[in-house]
Design a binder for this molecule. Sequence first.
Ligand code: PAF
Length: 301
Amino acid sequence: MTAGPLLATTREELSAVLGPHRGAGARVALVPTMGALHDGHESLLRLARERVGDGPVVTSIFVNPLQFAPGEDLDRYPRTLDADLEVCRRQGVDVVFAPSVTEVYPDGDPLVTVDPGLLAAELEGESRPGHFRGVLTVVAKLFGLTRPDLAVFGEKDFQQLVLIRRMSRDLCTGVEVIGAPTVREPDGLALSSRNRFLDSEARARAAVLSRALRAAEEHASYGVEAARDAALRVLEGEPGVDVDYLAIRTPELGHLDETGGHEAAAGRILVAARVGGTRLIDNLALVLGGQAHARPPVGDR
Ligand code: PAF
């Protein structure tokens, strides 16, 4: 049995455990999480280990109040530290940083926060105002406290990944931001800590999100409209699913020119929906056909 990770709960402890690694010139990898670790997180930890070699892998476990709006699920967000430590042991994590709220925000809500820019008001940001300000602020703090060379985030939260990458570049943090592919259940449902809130009926329905994305992928060669329509048909065919948004954007989440050029273009389809009271999100890369006027065969619409 391998020794478990070192657990640091204060800034001083974190800096003390990382000191010797830094002294030896090791590269440091950080995997920020809110805990309730599942197979999706395990894949992030494996990717961090692959990228950092013998250097330390640090994971933070912190349910960040700043990214939850009043009335969101902060209080019922799962907290499972013992099980999380076991996952970290299995994945050879060197250090777990699990601070308290006062350790991260000693003066209460911070006076100065990271402004996430215009993209943060769209998609997820439209129904979760302030969410990305909270995410970027805590990630900036975690970067400052850990001073990693690289940090790994899941593509499942794609808008978050795009914004963190942008923050790292715009604020010159020096941290390489790496995206890890989404891990899925056999029926396609993207793994998420919130999946545990789904009852069995909602769980069966929830796979409709990934089915809709796959339908868009199959129709993407006919252009943006055909891809979006295909996804919508799948979503509308499933009762009890309340779609919040379905959008097709560029890979950096800019708006696409839907008049279409003649070149195939990379895109990203993103969906958010409530299934049995639980809000789920998912996304997929698309290769969009260049001719927007091309349509799928009639029987296939
Ligand atoms: O994706 C998450 O779990 C959180 O948003 C993150 C990046 C750890 C910041 O709290």
